[in-house]
Design a protein around this ligand. Structure first.
Ligand code: NAP
Ligand code: MG
Length: 498
């Protein structure tokens, strides 16, 4: 059957839900924001207090869905980073000696306070970063709390986790995080560091600092001793000051491979510990024997969840040739049903692109896909007049050599390729500098195991995608980084094991 015929058949079987035409209407369902109190200006959180930056500089953070300024946050300079590291160093003396059971109580308290304030945190996450409120509400914030709960339980059991190895904390940890899951990435970093008895200086991303600052308020409410966690907002340069500070024992970085390489170079020979969680370009592999509608849901979740701003996004679809037409017809139908728009609306599936710069990057790589000869498809949804939006997009006729098949786009853009044999699928999936995650869709358990053993990726999902759990280690191969976060493996990154 020709692709056009498959599309016609699927369209006839499943009429499009024509939103806004009277055929099928969603009433707007905006989340209320009137109870959220944002300050007009935030200082740095150092030694348990919000303080004015010595740099005297501030940055705006905007709502990418409206382009409106939400607040000003301090831009930490070298002296600010030094003050935060000094506070963390002073706090380390007593925090590291506290019995694990006592440390665990603080971490539990943080987890519970995140749950209590979940609604406000979700709204601020959506306003500051553009993600759909249903994702902030159902994924980011509950998972952030889950990371603190999980690690609270480890605090008094480290000796059992590593029997006979006398685990000791490292000292002051510098933690640098990206903008795609702001509070969740802060939780991934802080929870294990605190459970293991370290103190921290956290540098949130420039475009999404607000939930980290709200978290600072939560830490104060939890009466975490001053200096145990310090939050220094700012830009890339602020992060670089943290990396280069001599009293930092370890750097934990999540972000782009490019910056990860700079950091690795900067730390060479210093003896500082380093973990890097970097970019990805996951292959989502669909075999002919897979449950196709289920696979379509997984493909959509894999690439359009959080506008595709996901390091482990399933941005390359590898589909077995014999079912490609059928699968792509179903996929096209499904993508056209996605609701794109106001992130604060509870019915929105795809929200705003995080920043103007990221939107420009997505546009450039999409243009490049067309120029290199791939076939562009886009949802014909109506985009809001203001704000940074990009329609759900997919490319067919993609060659392995195209930039859209090799580079991380970090947006709602899927590159579709086909394969004929499992060997070819493995070859194509692995033939890349990245190795963070992958997906396999098949009805056969044996095929799942055969494939997952051969895929060079830190996480491989089978008949599902984008599943996260604090008990499960996460991390990359090759240029996707090294070190693991989550579970017992994740603790090792924050301990000296004699
Ligand atoms: P990024 O540009 O590398 O930035 C990450 C963080 O590093 C930000 O806080 C950034 O500050 C800071 N930074 C920038 N330059 C620095 C420097 N020279 N020294 C120290 N810190 C510096 O990455 P991004 O664009 O925010 O995030 C997207 C990337 O993160 C993607 O590649 C994605 O795959 C990756 N990611 C990976 C994982 C994982 O677990 N593997 C998870 C999420 C995201 P500014 O915000 O001020 O630039
Ligand atoms: Mg923002």
């Amino acid at each position: 059957m020709k692709f056009a015929e498959s599309v016609e058949r699927v369209r006839a079987e499943r009429p499009a839900l024509e939103f806004g035409t009277g055929v099928f209407d969603y009433a707007p369902a905006p989340e209320a924001t009137d109870h959220v109190r944002l300050a007009s200006r935030y200082g740095l959180f150092i030694g348990g207090e919000f303080v004015e930056p010595k740099s005297g500089r501030f940055l705006d953070t905007v709502n990418p869905a409206t382009e409106e300024k939400l607040a000003e946050v301090a831009e930490g300079g070298e002296a600010d980073v030094a003050a935060a590291v000094a506070a963390a160093r002073a706090a380390f003396r007593s925090w590291s000696r506290l019995p694990g059971a006592e440390r665990g109580k603080y971490v539990y308290r943080i987890a519970r306070l995140i749950q209590e304030k979940a609604r406000e945190l979700a709204i601020v996450e959506t306003m500051d970063g553009g993600k759909p409120i249903k994702e902030a509400r159902d994924v980011d914030i509950p998972l952030a709390a889950a990371h603190f709960f999980h690690h609270a339980g480890w605090a008094d059991k480290l000796a059992y986790a590593f029997p006979g190895r006398a685990p000791r904390p490292l000292g002051v940890c510098g933690q640098i995080i990206p903008w795609n899951f702001p509070l969740l990435m802060a939780a991934w970093k802080l929870a294990p560091a605190l459970a293991c008895g370290n103190t921290v200086v956290l540098k949130p991303a420039e475009t999404t600092p607000l939930t980290a600052l709200q978290l600072a308020g939560i830490l104060r409410e939890a009466e975490l001793p001053p200096g145990v966690v310090n939050v220094v907002t700012g830009a890339g340069e602020t992060g670089a000051h943290l990396v280069n500070h001599p009293d930092v024992a370890k750097i934990a970085f999540t972000g782009s491979t490019e910056v990860g390489k700079l950091i690795q170079r900067a730390l060479a020979g210093t003896g500082k510990r380093l973990t890097l969680e970097l970019g990805g370009k996951a292959a989502n592999i669909v075999f002919a024997d897979a449950a196709l509608d289920q696979a379509v849901e997984g493909i959509v979740n894999g690439i359009y969840f959080n506008q595709g701003h996901v390091c482990c996004a399933g941005s390359r679809l590898l589909v077995e040739e014999s079912i490609a037409e059928d699968l792509l017809a179903r996929l096209e139908w499904r993508i056209r049903q996605l609701r794109v728009g106001d992130p604060l609306d509870k019915n929105t599936d795809v929200g705003a692109i995080n920043s103007r710069a990221q939107l420009d990057k997505i546009r450039e790589l999409t243009r490049c896909g067309v120029e290199e000869g791939a076939e562009l498809h886009q949802s014909d949804c109506t985009l809001p007049a203001r704000g940074y939006f990009f329609p759900p997009t997919w490319f067919t006729n993609v060659a392995q050599s195209h930039r859209i098949a090799r580079e991380e786009i970090f947006g709602p853009v899927l590159a579709v390729m086909t394969f004929r044999t499992p060997d070819e699928a493995v070859e194509k999936a692995n033939n890349l500098a990245y190795g963070l995650s992958a997906g396999v869709w098949t009805d056969k358990g044996a095929k799942i195991f055969a494939m997952t053993r051969r895929l060079r990726a830190g996480v491989v999902w089978a008949n599902t995608f984008n599943k996260f759990d604090p008990t499960s280690p996460f991390g990359g191969y090759k240029e996707s980084g090294f070190g693991r976060e989550g579970g017992r493996h994740g603790l090792e990154a924050y301990l000296e094991l004699a």
